[in-house]
Design a protein around this ligand. Structure first.
Ligand code: AHR
Length: 514
């Protein structure tokens, strides 16, 4: 007995007790030590001319019986405003590098039709173009993020697009814009110089793309007080050479480097079903979601070498789950359902971005509506808010708040000799002095008890919201749209500065502490 007590005292004195108590998850939040702001742009979205993201998703046209404002669906605008959408990326994706913006301006009936060769070989009638996109962003109250065409476009074409949108004065492009009904220029800050230029954006190597970037970006001018924030076409997954080359050759002549990483449970040929998956596929999905931590860390370490002040952002502007399309749908439309599993992936990933907010200043989940890990699904006049949508709803409290550094000692979720942390977390302090903690329990069968501490504050009040469901593959459908939704959470207690949370299996929780 005495030996045990002496050992316990020794462990406490040396601080080893923290590691020894691995059965209980421990969370120490250093509320007074925050330095970095979580940019609201981490909560960005992506809309491509792909399947029914634009057509049927955002855009139904002015004559549609579906309630719309100048052709844009009102239900979609409301839903995205409710999650405080900060920015929207457009027109692609792979589509961006075959898009010629001049096809999408002027009277709609006169716009040329083209084939969308990347996505289903369908006819693109260009009825949704620059004016419609910028109107959409105005209705959403978000920043546009336009991705220009490097793969099949010219320097002149990209340069003129910037002039058309942002120049306030007498010039051929500004005059054309006025002729098309928009007198005043728009403000556009986020400008992508190509997309996936290692693949669908031109199959370039890193050196060649870096040179192209410099050439194209030179002629993307800042007109008046419109300052472009230029984002280069960045690496795929773990192509660290791509990042190194860009940092070396381009450096401060870009504001951000994009990063693309998709969570695919199996292989690219047989990705797996969005709704029918076994334990193995579930574990693989979660494990691959956690891989984002390694990718962000390693790309950031390379960037640190060239940019220790962290002026250049790492921007995962395409991420999310990618499964086989729903049976009976066009394989080129990438339409998939969205379950609680997707919500957990979103929760884990957004926690990673929050925790790296010194370098990750923006991100865009792929994609907003009806494509891949969508936050919204639409069918005719019906709309479904997916479990992933509700994660964005819970996490919006982090936008523009100061990230709280913390130490988390998590239990493991094991599967056949492999494991990942069962608990993922991030926390922030907002301008009203409230602390928000977002927690994810990825273990599909075990509740996780978390003992926590808030250093530097003396808060007394706690409340919470939870996203969970009876089954991990539960999802919302057009007939049953509310199977997975947010509810009040009452299993978090705060006593004398000590936090005690019981996190149900496969759940996402947001705590508010004041
Ligand atoms: O989001 C779907 C596609 O995935 C995008 O068009 C492309 O950039 C990526 O390969």
């Amino acid at each position: 007995m005495k030996v045990k007590k002496t050992l316990a005292l020794f462990l406490v004195a040396t601080g080893l007790s923290f590691q020894m108590n691995a059965q209980e998850n421990k969370l120490i939040l250093n509320v007074d030590q925050g330095e970095h702001v979580i940019s609201k742009h981490i909560y960005g979205h992506f809309s491509e001319h792909l399947g029914h993201c634009i057509y049927g998703g955002f855009w139904v046209g002015e004559d549609s019986p579906i309630p719309n404002t100048r052709g844009i669906r009102n239900d979609v605008v409301k839903a995205l405003k409710d999650i405080s959408i900060p920015n929207l990326r457009w027109p692609g994706g792979c589509f961006a590098d075959e898009y010629h913006w001049m096809d999408g301006i002027g009277p709609r009936s006169e716009r040329p039709k083209m084939v969308n060769t990347h996505w289903g070989g369908v006819v693109e009638d260009n009825s949704f173009g620059t004016h419609e996109f910028l109107d959409l962003c105005e209705q959403l109250g978000c920043e546009p993020y336009i991705c220009g065409n490097v793969g099949s476009g010219t320097v002149e074409e990209m340069s003129k697009w910037v002039e058309y949108i942002t120049f306030d004065g007498e010039s051929p492009m500004a005059n054309l814009r006025k002729k098309n009904g928009r007198e005043k220029p728009w403000k556009v800050k986020f400008w992508g110089v190509g997309n996936e230029n290692w693949g669908c954006g031109g199959n370039m190597n890193a050196d060649f793309y870096a040179d192209q970037y410099l050439r194209y970006a030179t002629y993307c001018r800042n007109y008046g007080d419109n300052n472009l924030y230029k984002i280069s076409g960045g690496p795929s997954v773990d192509d660290y050479n791509w990042t190194e080359t860009l940092m070396k050759k381009v450096g401060g002549r870009m504001n951000g480097v994009s990063l693309h990483y998709y969570t695919v449970p199996n292989t690219w040929n047989e990705k797996g079903s969005a709704t029918q998956f076994d334990d193995k596929e579930y574990f693989a999905t979660i494990q691959k979601a956690f891989h984002m931590e390694e990718l962000v860390s390693k790309h950031s370490t390379i960037m640190d070498k060239y940019d220790p002040q962290k002026r250049i952002a790492l921007i995962p502007d395409e991420w999310g789950t990618w499964y086989d399309v729903e049976p009976g749908t066009n394989p080129g439309f990438l339409y998939q359902q969205n379950t609680m599993r997707d919500a957990l992936v979103a929760g884990v990933t957004l926690n990673i971005f929050n925790n790296h907010c010194d370098r990750v200043k923006m991100s865009n989940i792929a994609q907003a509506i009806n494509v891949l890990q969508a936050v919204i699904l639409t069918k005719d006049d019906k709309i479904v808010l997916t479990p992933t949508y509700w994660v964005y709803y819970l996490y919006k409290v982090h936008q523009e708040a100061t990230m709280i550094p913390f130490k988390l000692n998590s239990n493991k979720y094991n599967y056949q000799g492999l494991d990942v942390d069962a608990v993922s977390a991030s926390a922030s302090l907002d301008s009203n002095g409230k602390v928000h903690v977002t927690l994810v329990n990825v273990d599909p069968t075990k509740e996780q008890s978390i003992d926590g501490m808030l250093n530097g504050v003396n808060f007394k009040k706690i409340s919470g919201k939870i996203l969970s469901s009876a089954k991990i593959n539960d999802h919302n459908t057009f007939d049953n749209p509310n199977t997975v939704t947010v509810k009040d959470f009452n299993n978090a207690k705060l006593t004398n500065g000590k936090l005690a949370v019981k996190l149900p299996a496969s759940s996402v929780v947001m705590l508010e502490i004041e």
